[in-house]
Design a protein around this ligand. Structure first.
Ligand SMILES: [Zn+2]
Length: 231
């Protein structure tokens, strides 16, 4: 037994890991989310079907290569519980783990060489400072580990903090987000195949605005991957 394994067992003994989905203890070999929860979670499997409903949502609006989401979003369900904890309960590790899970699915389906760089939908700097992390970036980090490509926030910045979007009409939301993103390091971005990532998608206006900015700046192409999308 290696020293690091002994240390891991020791830490596990005093700080038992618990599942972020059901709060049961994790057994050795499980990470962040237990096997039972993983089997329970409603995978969308959109990566198996190019013309999936999520792809069709974007394809009429901006040119996109692949559009996919790990889960279907079910209100009050485990997915909502995990996404809430990721965003508001200081549990960035949920995002990283879900990124690893989706990364493994994508590698199995030969997506590994389809992208050059992962770009998370940015938070405004002040919001990121307050939360301590960007939940979309955490998801990107997990994907990055498995796809073995970098995940970076350097290309896309949110220049203004937007007001809460829940009560606005679709048109207002678009106006609200279309001018808040800016591309940086354009020279390096040129020709790059981007995997744009976000946590949960509702209207898609934010992703559309980000994708458009990246395309205008001369990236090669844009694909989208999210943790969940509302139906
Ligand atoms: Zn569980």
């Amino acid at each position: 037994m290696k020293f690091t394994e002994i240390l891991e067992d020791f830490v596990f003994l005093f700080y038992p890991n618990y599942c972020r989905g059901c709060s049961e203890s994790l057994v050795k070999g499980e990470k962040i989310i237990c096997t039972r929860c993983m089997l329970d979670l409603p995978k969308s499997n959109y990566h198996l079907e190019r013309d999936n409903p999520f792809y069709l949502k974007f394809s009429g609006r901006i040119p996109v290569k692949f559009v996919m989401t790990l889960f279907k979003f079910v209100k009050q369900g485990k997915v909502q519980h995990l996404l809430h904890a990721l965003k508001y309960k200081n549990q960035p590790e949920i995002g990283v783990q879900l990124g690893r899970v989706y990364g493994a699915d994508l590698v199995n389906e030969k997506y590994k060489d389809q992208f050059d760089v992962i770009v998370p939908v940015p938070l405004h700097e002040s919001k990121k400072r307050k939360r301590g992390y960007n939940q979309s970036e955490e998801f990107g980090k997990g994907l990055s580990e498995v796809l073995e490509i970098p995940c970076t926030e350097k290309f896309l910045k949110r220049t203004r903090a937007t007001s809460t979007q829940t009560k606005k009409s679709k048109l207002n939301r678009w106006e609200n987000v279309s001018e808040v993103f800016e591309v940086e390091q354009k020279e390096e971005l040129k020709g790059k195949r981007i995997l744009l990532v976000d946590d949960v998608v509702t209207t898609g206006a934010t992703l559309e605005a980000c994708g458009q900015k990246l395309l205008e700046a001369g990236c090669g192409d844009v694909s989208i991957a999210c943790i969940a999308a509302t139906q």
